[in-house]
Design a protein around this ligand. Structure first.
Ligand code: ATP
Length: 589
């Protein structure tokens, strides 16, 4: 397959903003792709080479891209740079300069580029490391560009600099796979489940193309392929929680730490974060604990990693784990900020996939898979059948330094719902007891420049919720308070790499701002109340026609939710739920 086929399709995809059209174009591309290349084409269309959890980036700086383009086009770097400043898009600049390229180049007549060659070259670039890496990458890239048509060069350069941004979200790929290989959109749920338990869209694409829908239905969890985490709904009172569970549930301490999914095979252990990034390097001490205390040979287990005061045995706040997010000096941080693991789920143990088993069966498997110790133990739990006991256990959890409780269904249907936020788990947190609403995690989609004392920093950030159905981000508030001087100084730096020239295609906003961002950074926000709003687009029309929902008096809590991807932010539906329960509370009081 030639790369030009992909480039042609990208051009069409780029020209549409309609998701259905985008899906149709993707279906055509996937159908035209031989099975053996499907995984690669799926990764490429999302600007990647491997699934995210591998953490592999091509990593070509703009400077190198300009240099490679200069060599391939025979033009001066300064000329290219001037054009790039105007266009703001390295792809467009490449297309322009290569269109003017003389027929014969230093490298002889161009050969046509196959997908295989493009992929393998980019992969070599991604894996080149050490002192000669910059030069190696440069010559590999120059080689590709020399054989590329202007259009191909445009997409190659956008890919290597991390600017492909066709706007093809995972959900669109899943729809396209269902149509292309599953017999229709209805097949999407099976394909989505396979994706939820493997986090590898490329692999799922190949399996469904090769084995059809029956094959994909049999897909099982696999050690070292991270499973997308099961998430909880929320309710504000013990009575409502018990009602929802039909009078009985397991209440478990909700530890305030970092969620960890551990994968173990023999002596090899990998830790994945809530957003499925490998974080083994941050917790070598936790890895040792797992090696010593997880007795199962093979396992995928989940738990919360909590900062501890080892002298008093008390739990420390979540923020302390931030000190573990560093490349150097981790040994020192281990001593200063020790951690313990509180385990709460088993997804796979010694050859058996437990994700379809009810919770109590999984908990038993978890118990059998570990040899308890002070530092690696089971999450504390209690089977409750009345609101009084649930309240009492909640108070105990708070007393012990937890955020509250995770209440879990014990019904036969209480399977592990990978990647879903559902009613099998319900969280019960302290915040509900105060006058204020619970905190929410919102995504930064825009910013307004600061004036006066805030000159040079942002005055306010435009924040959005995630609408899972439309796969878009909907504005819900402007956030300007709660920032320390340090926050104000670091935010522009942190957000710069997500700047886009105009409103991002996945952002729904009626407001204008000074700077737009690709939705990527989530911040924890506490507001005073949720109100109907004619200007914010969050959950538009769902409570009243022509109205969205807005959060009033928002305040940054100081928590950067770096453990969350933009799609893990609070959803518009959750805001609707919160709005309704707030109304109920007012009606009751
Ligand atoms: P929050 O914003 O409230 O921390 P979240 O949006 O990150 O929550 P939720 O699904 O709403 O995710 O809350 C579940 C989180 O609580 C889990 O991701 C996990 O990290 C943590 N947790 C702590 N104790 C438990 C437990 N016993 N069982 C399940 N999850 C737990």
């Amino acid at each position: 397959m030639n790369y030009s086929e992909i480039a042609d399709e990208y051009e069409k995809i780029e020209a549409t903003t309609k998701r259905l059209e985008m899906t149709d174009l993707l279906v055509a591309l996937l159908k035209a792709t031989p099975n053996a290349l499907l995984d690669k084409v799926v990764y490429l269309t999302q600007g990647k080479l491997h699934p995210d959890f591998e953490g592999i980036e091509i990593g070509v700086a703009e400077r190198s891209a300009i240099r490679a383009l200069a060599r391939a086009s025979g033009r001066k770097e300064s000329e290219i740079e001037t054009n790039l400043q105007k266009s703001g898009d390295v792809g467009e600049t490449a297309e322009k300069f290569l269109s003017k390229k003389p027929q014969s180049t230093l490298f002889g007549a161009p050969k046509s580029l196959t997908v295989q060659r493009v992929y393998e070259t980019l992969d070599k670039m991604a894996f080149s490391s050490g002192s000669g890496a910059v030069d190696t990458k440069l010559s590999l890239l120059t080689g590709l560009l020399s054989d590329a048509s202007p259009k191909e060069a445009k997409y190659i350069l956008r890919t290597v600099t991390g600017n492909l941004r066709l706007g093809i979200a995972d959900m669109t790929v899943l729809d396209a796979l269902a149509i292309a290989y599953g017999g229709g959109r209805e097949a999407r749920e099976f394909i989505e489940r396979a994706y939820s338990i493997s986090s590898d869209l490329g692999r799922v694409a190949r399996v469904v193309a090769e084995t059809g829908i029956e094959g994909i239905k049999k897909y099982q969890v696999t050690v070292f392929e991270p499973v997308r985490p099961m998430l909880a709904e929320r309710l504000p009172s013990a009575e409502e929680i018990l009602d929802k569970f039909g009078g009985k549930c397991v209440a478990e301490y909700k530890y305030d730490g970092e969620r960890i999914q551990l994968h173990k095979k023999g002596d090899e252990v990998v830790l994945f974060s809530r957003r499925l990034e490998k974080i083994s390097d941050q917790y070598p001490d936790a890895i040792d604990l797992v090696k010593k205390k997880v007795c199962a040979k093979e396992a995928i287990l989940e738990g919360e990693c909590v900062a501890m005061d080892l002298e008093t045995g008390e739990m420390r706040p979540f923020q302390e784990l931030m000190h573990r997010r560093r490349k150097y000096g981790i040994e020192k941080a281990i001593g200063q900020y020790p951690v313990s693991l509180f385990m709460f789920d088993a997804l796979y143990v010694d050859g058996k996939d437990y994700t379809q088993e009810p919770y109590l069966v999984r908990r038993k498997a978890l118990e059998n898979a570990i040899a308890k110790s002070d530092r690696l133990t089971l999450a504390k739990q209690s089977l409750v059948t009345n609101a009084k006991d649930l309240e009492a256990f909640f108070e105990e959890a708070i007393e012990d330094g937890c955020e509250g409780l995770m209440c879990k269904s014990v019904s036969k249907e209480s399977v592990y719902q990978a990647g879903a936020r559902g009613w099998l788990w319900i969280k019960y947190k302290r915040d509900y007891k105060s006058e204020m609403t619970d905190t929410v995690d919102l995504v930064v989609v825009g910013a307004i420049h600061g004036r006066g004392k805030r000159a040079g920093a942002y005055g306010a950030l435009l924040m959005a919720t995630y609408n899972k159905k439309s796969d878009t981000f909907e504005t819900v508030t402007k956030l300007g308070t709660g920032f320390t001087d340090k926050d104000l100084a670091q935010l522009p730096e942190m957000l710069r790499k997500y700047e886009v020239p105009r409103k991002h295609s996945r952002v729904q906003s009626t407001l204008e701002v000074d700077v737009w961002f690709e939705p990527a950074v989530a911040l924890e926000v506490l507001g005073s109340e949720i109100t109907l709003s004619p200007i914010h687009t969050c959950a538009m029309d769902s409570i009243r026609k022509g109205s969205g929902l807005a959060i009033r008096f928002p305040r940054f809590t100081g928590k950067y939710r770096t453990d969350k991807a933009a799609e893990d932010a609070t959803t518009s539906n959750e805001i609707v739920e919160m709005y309704r329960s707030q109304l109920k509370k007012i009606a009751e009081s």
